[in-house]
Each structure stands twice: as structure tokens, then as C-alpha cells.
Design a binder for this molecule. Structure first.
Ligand code: PTJ
Length: 256
């Protein structure tokens, strides 16, 4: 039976419902793991506490992330089912705006079929090369048991900076042990990924990507290499997380 829901732009939760619908559609199409729906629900809950907007701390983290990605020798963008369903088009735009990055598929709940569907989805947006799909080219991340222990020899394995939105904690910590710089997007400021990354953008991935692309374009044009280095070196990730928690706390108080 086909289910039909009508979304009206003037509904107070229009954007949230639209995003949820993208996830559900992605699940039905086989892009998203069933666990991805649960992960999205957790994200929605933190977004609600945040007030569903890009905070000052998130804006600052986005700016620093743009600097780190521009300075990177070999940046890799890691994608999973949720990221694909929500914003494959924006990920491709991000990749183009950087010009020296590559995209790699890394699935926590790995199936060959889902990997293939995700790969095809990215091709729809003009991407010709996607890493992580050739078994001959995969190498193990040391000390990591999950399915994501395998990374591409030409991708994450040789990256200096990895952009890993909606990442699981074990894997982020493993990437740090491999001396990678890690930039993440995670609505939960208390997750192990948020706490162990170099730059954590606590915001919804659908709001982050357009702003990150805008900052990359701006900083490439107007900031010197020294300006970018200064931005990265003076950034304090834990301070940003503390400020975000304060926003969540005051948000709760203001509605009571
Ligand atoms: O496609 P796969 O198999 O690689 O699986 C992807 C998921 C997301 C299911 C997998 O990586 C997973 O289980 O992740 P976690 O450990 O649940 O972590 C996901 C984090 O992303 C959580 O802290 C959520 O709060 C957060 N999150 C969920 N949706 C969003 C989000 N953060 C930003 N924007 C979102 N839209």
C-alpha cells in the first residue's frame, strides 16, 4: 500500500518533516540502513534542543573546517547511507568546490547492494570516481573491529584530513590513532565522535554543507595561507562543544 503525506511549507516543522521524508525515501530505495533511521531520530532530538538553527559556535567551526580542508594536502570526504540520502548533491558540490578532494564510501552496516546503490546515486550528480568500492584496493584500519575497518588505499588510508559527517565513535578514534585530522558534523555534542574530532560542527548536515561550500569559496578568494593556518591553530574544539551545550540549556529554559 502506498502511503501519501502532504507537507505544507507553512507547517512549523516543515523542514524537519521534509528531511525526515528524505531519510525514509532513502531507506525505501535501499540507500539507508534501518539503523540509519534510528540515528536520524537521535539527531532530530538534539536539533530540537538546539533550536534547529546554526549557532555561533557552529558557524565558527564551519569557517575553521573550510580552512583545514583548503590547507589539506589530500582531503577525503567519507560518506554513508544517511549522508547520501540527505545530501548527495551537496557533497558533490563540496567536492567540486575543493577541487583536490576525493569521495569514499564507508558503511558501518555494510552490504554490497547498498554500496552499489550509493555509488550509483553519486554518479547521478556527475561524480566519476568514488573510492571504497574496489575490494582489491581496501586496507585495514588497525585496532578496529567493525565493518568500517576497511578503507581505500587511495582514499582515507593516505589522507591527511578526513571529513566524516555522522560518524561512529570507534572509527573516529581509530582515524585519530592513524594521525589523521578529523572534521565531523554531529548534532550530539556529547558523542565520542564529537569529543575526539579536531573540528566538530554541531549542526544538521543539511544546514552545514551550503555554508561550508560558501566559506570555502570565500576563504579561497580572500584569505592568505597564514590567515587559514591562524584560524586552524587558534581553534578550541572542546570550547565550542561547551558553548553549544549552553545554547541547548538556555533553549530549554526559554520555552518553560
Ligand atoms: O550507512 P551506514 O551503514 O554507514 O550507517 C550510518 C549510521 C549513521 C547509521 C551509523 O554511522 C551510526 O550508527 O552512526 P551513530 O553512531 O548513530 O552516529 C550518528 C551521529 O550522527 C549521532 O550522534 C546523531 O546524533 C548524528 N546525526 C544524525 N542525523 C544527523 C546527525 N548529525 C548531523 N546531522 C544530521 N542530520
Amino acid at each position: 500500500m502506498t502511503r501519501k503525506i502532504e507537507l505544507h511549507e507553512n507547517h512549523p516543522r516543515y523542514l524537519s518533516l521534509l528531511t525526515r521524508e528524505k531519510l525514509v525515501t532513502g531507506f525505501k530505495r535501499g540507500l539507508v540502513a534501518s539503523e540509519g533511521l534510528i540515528a536520524h531520530g537521535r539527531g532530530e532530538c538534539f536539533d530540537y534542543l538546539l533550536g534547529e538553527y546554526t549557532t555561533e559556535s557552529a558557524r565558527s567551526a564551519i569557517n575553521v573546517a573550510s580552512a583545514m580542508l583548503l590547507l589539506a594536502r589530500y582531503p577525503v570526504i567519507s560518506v554513508n547511507g544517511n549522508v547520501t540520502a540527505l545530501c548527495a548533491d551537496q557533497v558533490c558540490r563540496l567536492n567540486r568546490s575543493l577541487g583536490h578532494s576525493v569521495i569514499e564510501i564507508n558503511l558501518f552496516y555494510y552490504t554490497r547492494e547498498r554500496e552499489k546503490l550509493i555509488s550509483e546515486e553519486f554518479k547521478k550528480y556527475g561524480l566519476t570516481q568514488i573510492l571504497g568500492t574496489d575490494p582489491e584496493n581496501l586496507v585495514s584500519i588497525p585496532e578496529l573491529e567493525s565493518n568500517r575497518r576497511l578503507v581505500d588505499r587511495d582514499g582515507i588510508s593516505k589522507a591527511d584530513v578526513v571529513f566524516v559527517p555522522l560518524e561512529d565513535g570507534d572509527r573516529t578514534i581509530a582515524l585519530k590513532r592513524m594521525n589523521k585530522k578529523v572534521v565531523t558534523v554531529d548534532l550530539n555534542p556529547l558523542s565520542r565522535t564529537a569529543l575526539s574530532s579536531d573540528i566538530t560542527i554541531v549542526d544538521n548536515i543539511v544546514r552545514v554543507l551550503p555554508q561550508l561550500i560558501e566559506r570555502i569559496t570565500y576563504n579561497r578568494k580572500y584569505s592568505s595561507e597564514d590567515d587559514l593556518k591562524e584560524l586552524v591553530e587558534s581553534f578550541d574544539n572542546l570550547d565550542g562543544l561547551r558553548k553549544t551545550l549552553e545554547v541547548m540549556k538556555s533553549q530549554q529554559v526559554s520555552v518553560l
